[in-house]
Design a protein. Sequence first.
Length: 120
Amino acid sequence: MPALLHEFHHHRLGAEIEEAQYAEADIDFFDDLVTGTNARQGEIDRLIEAKLSTGWTLERLDKPMKAILRAGCYELLARDDVPVGAAISSYVDVAHAFYQKREAGFVNGLLDNIAKDVRA
């Protein structure tokens, strides 16, 4: 985990990579999302799986989708300083970078369902 954080701190956040400018980030917030999601992955995975349709498992989702859902779920669980709508909207935006409208809608619906349980 420290090597991953170091890579992002020094070579990704705020950098230009392949003609794309990466945004600056709040390092403490970024580190909390990464380390917190990793530390609570079992709990997070159970919350996500409880909201998946019958017959679906987390293993059926590809890696980017799992990462989006896990980070979003962690933010809803642990970052009360971030409003629910802002958190969900951020992960829907991330989903749009990787997927079509249908998958972004899936992220929106699943995180909204989780938020109703963890932020009630």
